[in-house]
Ligand binder design. Structure first.
Ligand code: AMP
Length: 308
């Protein structure tokens, strides 16, 4: 196995200006592992509640995701309810029922402890730490989080940041966490806490990559179809991590490519509710959209003679 993802497995109830759906497949671990499965051999660990529909398990299996270490928990599945207004960058949480997630105590089987790429999707940072402590240090370790944990588990989140290579956050979360509206400053403050780099997801406005020395900006995609942004951040992370695991190359240049792959996967994900668009996605569509991203961000140098 080249990539292990640990995250939530959820039934989401979502309302956007384009529709409303109840108890649909979601969860940070689900979105991330399905996106990653387009690139690499991926295992998913997360808590499955007793009412989790078997067809969702079948779907994960159909993507060749190793689900042998899912934790079956005798409680209802984790549920998240939220809505979006026309500014779809901002998710408004209506309801978080931790259910099975509250009883989740991640145990990593021996067969997965040496997995070289590890992604800790949005999850209680105390659980993220438990996962890290059971693993042989992966070659590349990244983690995501959200405002829910920034507000309730700040200290544990600090510990996670010390231990990961890259942290992924969205723009409002990193501003909130680092207490500044200035994203580059927030990113540098976060890096000072101990990670090597940070990727700031800005929804429809693209993504920014910061390390101590480098800055890279992934362009926004002119999205014609946008129905439900839920899972965009997790699909981004899954695409990035799946690509890095597949190529087994964590050079700065390859991470930049991975950031574009992540943006491509997120841009497909938002075209429909739940994972419905990703279920229909083909590899050639990924390739084509990657080329579109390259095209949007290409420009020529200024002719020096105009300024002589
Ligand atoms: P995002 O990629 O940020 O849109 O993530 C959306 C997913 O995160 C949804 O499918 C939710 O089920 C999941 N989620 C929401 N709140 C939490 C939480 N507190 N912990 C873990 N997962 C969550």
């Amino acid at each position: 196995m080249s990539l292990l993802i640990v995250g939530s497995i959820a039934l989401d109830s979502i309302k956007t200006p384009f529709g409303e759906k109840k108890d649909i497949l979601g969860g940070s671990g689900v979105y991330a592992s399905v996106a990653a499965s387009f690139f690499s051999r991926t295992a998913l660990i997360g808590p499955v509640g007793s009412d989790f529909p078997p067809e969702h398990i079948e779907f994960l299996r159909s993507r060749a995701i190793d689900i042998s270490a899912l934790h079956k928990i005798d409680a209802p599945t984790f549920r998240w309810g939220g809505y979006y207004e026309y500014d779809m960058n901002q998710a408004h949480t209506l309801d978080t029922q931790l259910n099975a997630l509250a009883k989740f105590d991640p145990k990593i089987p021996d067969s997965l402890k040496e997995t070289p790429y590890l992604f800790l999707a949005n999850l209680d940072p105390e659980l993220q730490l438990k996962v890290i402590s059971q693993m042989k240090r992966p070659r590349f370790l990244a983690a995501d989080t959200m405002n829910f944990w920034i507000e309730s588990k700040r200290d544990a989140l600090h510990e996670v940041i010390k231990k990961v290579d890259f942290m992924l956050m969205n723009d409002s979360e990193i501003r909130q966490f680092m207490e500044t509206p200035n994203i580059p400053l927030a990113a540098q403050r976060l890096i000072k806490l101990g990670c090597k780099g940070v990727i700031v997801k800005k929804g429809e406005h693209g993504a920014l990559l910061f390390t101590k020395e480098e800055h890279f900006s992934a362009p926004s995609y002119p999205q014609d179809v946008l129905k439900d942004p839920t899972g965009a951040g997790d699909s981004f992370a899954g695409g990035l991590m799946g690509y890095l695991a597949k190529t087994n190359d964590i050079s700065g240049e390859n991470i930049r490519k991975g950031v574009i792959i992540g943006s491509v996967m997120a841009s497909f994900n938002v075209e429909d509710f739940s994972l419905d668009r990703i279920k229909r996605l083909k590899h050639n569509e990924i390739m084509r959209r990657f080329e579109e991203f390259r095209h949007f961000s290409r420009f020529e140098p200024l002719p020096v003679e105009h300024f002589a």
